[in-house]
Design a binder for this molecule. Structure first.
Ligand code: VGL
Ligand code: ZN
Length: 211
């Protein structure tokens, strides 16, 4: 068990996996990595993208727009997505193979229809916080191990905020997959994260090192 460490599993939901509305290539592949790592952590956290049907990040809610288009949403650049992770829908459920029993905290994000929330900590405008920072501080967590979907969006922005908040951040590379709207987006995201101090690790190497 890693003391003062938390495993943060980002958006391991049906819609980001094969057959989902916003399927990430090989998204399913990260579930077994997540399951394997859980036992090394006392504190296992999951996030859920949890949008109301009228969410402004959905292309369907903007006349004449299609997924992949970029709009200005209250002065924030917003990529438009297919409808996904609609609250209480099948697509918003965790992947059926994910072991959910060790999850002691689930953070719901993207609930406000007017603003998207890629990060598990803040919305995209940094206007509102989730309860995550408080929960981590109460448990005296210093190190956060992040995996999930998608590398180039929710994983990336979660890691950036975590670094800014002063945590030691480890990104489990084989536990992540990206959308890759533009080829190379994942690579770019990893390079950007490394630059600000995120340590990029591989699950197998890490398991060996902790025994
Ligand atoms: C995500 C796009 C839209 C993610 C969520 O989980 O990375 N990406 N909503
Ligand atoms: Zn979303």
């Amino acid at each position: 068990m890693k003391k003062n460490s938390a495993l943060l599993m980002v958006d391991l939901q049906n819609d980001f996996c094969v057959g989902g509305n916003l399927a990430v290539p090989e998204g399913d592949a990260v579930v077994s990595v997540a399951n394997q790592l859980q036992k090394y952590f006392d504190f296992v956290i999951a996030t859920k993208d949890w949008h109301p049907k009228n969410h402004f990040s959905f292309a369907s809610n903007h006349f004449g727009k299609k997924p992949g288009d970029i709009i200005d949403l209250f002065d924030i650049q917003q990529v438009l997505w297919p409808d996904h992770c609609v609250q209480s829908s099948k697509g918003a459920e965790f992947h059926p193979k994910l072991n959910v029993s060790p999850i002691s905290l689930t953070i719901y994000k993207g609930i406000d229809p007017k603003i998207d929330s890629y990060s598990a900590f803040f919305d995209n405008g940094h206007l509102r916080q989730t309860e995550l920072t408080d929960c981590l501080q109460k448990k005296e967590i210093t190190d956060i191990y992040v995996l999930g979907l998608a590398t180039d969006y929710c994983v990336k922005f979660t890691c950036l905020d975590a670094i800014q908040l002063g945590f030691n951040v480890f990104l489990i590379e084989d536990g992540c997959r990206g959308v890759e709207l533009n080829p190379g987006d994942c690579k770019k995201a990893l390079a950007e994260l490394q630059k600000v101090g995120v340590k990029i690790i591989h699950s197998n190497h890490w398991i060996k090192s902790v025994g």
